[in-house]
Write a protein of this length. Structure first.
Length: 255
């Protein structure tokens, strides 16, 4: 630990890569939460589409990305359906990459010493610049509403960010919504289920809502940037469409 004078801070040379997704949506060593209700396509949106676009340096719905290696740690589905999803996405989008890894661990808890140690081994082996955790609910054993226990989990994420110089992207769910007289209320980042530490810790928080799912196999999603700590301007919502048949995502109906 060493504090720097203004002159020393200015003389310090930052890392060569300062951002991963443009407009500082995701910076190097940054943090992001993408959350929404169940079955709002978060895993496909982040674990597949965002991950492959970052790995290949492709635009993410109008925002440029810097090619960066990605490690997907998911604890929700077995390896067989994960494989099917990856094949469908790669085939439909005509994309591949050796800069991305997928892990399916149904009982790995990264808030415990043994789980954290196993994840650390994998990060040492692969050296990614982005770690995606899908999702937090099934990746920790502690109570999500307990500030102390979730604080320990976030401390571990900070340790990984510091040691491996990587960014952390976490997929999460909403709490039970509040209803009154047939109307559903949404209170911004407070809708993320669990500890009050979550909205304070993450640099960027994106809320995903499914607005339509029609018989033609098209799913419409709205993405709202509820928190953008490092963005220098207000980011407008994204209106996306994804085809079930090939997992091709498009913005405003345009591929």
């Amino acid at each position: 630990m060493k504090g720097l004078t203004p002159e020393e801070l200015i003389a310090w040379t930052p890392p060569y890569q300062k951002t991963i997704i443009g407009s500082n949506i995701l910076i190097a060593q940054g943090s992001m939460m993408v959350y929404g209700k169940e079955e709002t396509w978060k895993s496909m949106l982040v674990g597949l589409d965002m991950s492959f676009k970052i790995a290949n340096g492709l635009d993410w719905f109008g925002y440029p990305t810097i090619p960066s290696s990605v490690y997907n740690f998911q604890t929700e589905i077995p390896q067989s359906p994960l494989r099917d999803r990856v094949i469908k996405y790669m085939t439909g989008n005509h994309v591949t990459s050796k800069n991305i890894w997928f892990s399916s661990e149904l009982y790995m808890k990264v808030d415990k010493g043994w789980g954290y140690a196993e994840l650390e081994k994998e990060l040492t082996r692969t050296k990614p610049k982005v770690l995606v955790i899908d999702n937090i609910s099934s990746s920790v054993s502690g109570k999500l509403v307990d500030d102390y226990e979730m604080g320990l989990f976030l401390d571990r994420m900070d340790m990984l960010r510091d040691k491996f110089k990587l960014a952390v992207v976490i997929i999460h769910h909403t709490r039970i919504p509040e209803h009154s007289q047939g109307e559903t209320f949404h209170y911004g980042t407070d809708e993320a289920f669990g500890s009050s530490r979550f909205p304070r810790w993450f640099d960027t928080i994106i809320y995903v809502a499914k607005v339509n799912d029609n018989d033609a196999g098209l799913v419409s999603l709205d993405l709202t940037f509820e928190k953008t700590r490092f963005a220098e301007e207000r980011l407008k919502p994204l209106h996306l469409t994804v085809r079930r048949s090939d997992l091709v995502f498009s913005k405003d109906g345009n591929s």
